[in-house]
Write a protein that binds this ligand. Structure first.
Ligand code: SF4
Length: 370
């Protein structure tokens, strides 16, 4: 795990912090004595704050479990966590596909709870239930130079590959920065592909603090975590859009059926052909879910041709189903009580709102707004 520390003065936009600010601006808020403590922004609690977010894609899969949820479950013991289901973000790309939104939110919340997120320890909530996200997004949009957004690599990629060209899509990083900074979060667990967005949020926080002479926002950092590589059943990255995922909601039988069809080493055509576990997606799942002793046995026996893929998969299916048994049991319990899941989300929104309203009072005061 590493923390990204930009070089002094470096920004996501490639220009020094404060470059875009008119000289002599500043410091209405210094007059008001607005200030958060150094690099915390958190005056009432000593625990650092983490904001995590995921778009409501519905039922989650093993890639989400290993790449995010397990990490969040560990973090909830040591940090004040806000786990946000970012439904407005989903609209930046899928604004014309909102029919199943509420069910996708519910399914995702069920998976959060099944994986072990504890609503007593972290606030689990839906972004659109805390309207302050929209207000901060609007205010940030006033001080965000458009070139900062146009330079974001994710913007260029998706604009060119998916044809996305809306105002909301361009402003996605501003909304994400608002999500993070609304809670004056210190850490944001993200994948490497999101690193630039966290740097962007830092830049925006610095720009706001400088413009209004108020240290409202701490400098947030990305929190990267090592996790097992989870390939999909076709060997590509596991993704719902590829149709290659194994879901937490799948039954043991559905899991077995999916894994039986999983790709293996394409050069191991017959049972006794020597295989290459290093290129085999089944072996990657073994490394994530099977005991180390078994993984140690598979490697040489695959290579020698002693082990056939059918037997190898049978062992994986047994260990994967064992590993998911508790999560599935909890999932079934929560799924049978949707009203309780919505109540968890409501309570999470109430707690999130408290912190958000505190931040917005500081922001409005700094900007001379009511
Ligand atoms: S024996 Fe197992 S590790 Fe080797 S190629 Fe077949 S499925 Fe992959």
């Amino acid at each position: 795990m590493t923390w990204y520390q930009p070089a002094p003065g470096a920004t996501a936009s490639g220009v020094p912090t404060g470059y875009h600010l008119p000289l002599g601006t500043v410091t209405h808020a210094k007059r008001h004595g607005l200030s958060a403590d150094r690099n915390t922004g958190n005056e009432k609690t000593e625990r650092k704050i983490i904001l995590s977010g995921m778009q409501p894609t519905g039922q989650l899969h093993l890639g989400n479990l290993e790449g995010a949820l397990k990490n969040w479950v560990r973090l909830q013991d040591d940090y004040d966590m806000y786990c946000c289901i970012v439904d407005w973000h989903a609209l930046t790309a899928d604004f014309n596909d909102t029919d199943g939104m509420q069910d996708r939110i519910l399914q995702m919340a069920v998976d959060y709870l099944a994986a072990g997120l504890d609503p007593q320890k972290c606030a689990i909530f839906v972004q659109s239930q805390v309207k302050e996200h929209a207000e901060l997004h609007l205010l940030f949009s006033m001080l965000t130079p458009v070139p900062w957004l146009e330079r974001m690599p994710t913007y260029k990629d998706k604009r060119d590959n998916l044809g996305l060209d809306s105002y909301g899509f361009l402003g996605y990083p501003v909304l994400q920065a608002a999500d993070i900074l609304l809670y004056r979060a210190h850490l944001v667990p993200v994948g490497k592909d999101q690193e630039r967005h966290i740097i962007f949020a830092r830049d925006l926080a610095g720009r706001f603090n400088h413009l209004y002479g108020a240290e409202v926002f701490p400098m947030c950092d990305a929190k990267f975590t090592e996790f097992a590589e989870i390939p999909g059943t076709d060997g590509r990255k596991m993704s719902k859009s590829y149709g290659n995922d194994v879901r937490l909601a799948d039954s043991p039988e559905e899991t077995e059926a999916k894994l039986k069809k999983m790709f293996t080493d394409p050069e191991k055509l017959r049972r006794n052909d020597p295989g290459r576990p290093e290129v085999c997606p089944v072996f990657k799942l073994h490394k994530a879910y099977s005991p180390a002793e078994l993984v140690g046995e598979i490697e040489p026996t695959c290579k020698s041709g002693e082990l056939g893929c059918v037997d190898c998969k049978k062992q994986l299916i047994a260990h994967l189903n064992d590993a998911l048994a508790d999560i599935r049991a909890k999932r079934a319990e929560w799924a049978a009580r949707p009203d309780d899941v919505w109540a968890v989300l409501e309570d999470g929104a109430r707690r999130a709102r408290e912190r958000a309203q505190e931040t917005m009072a500081m922001v409005r005061q700094a900007m001379n707004l009511q």
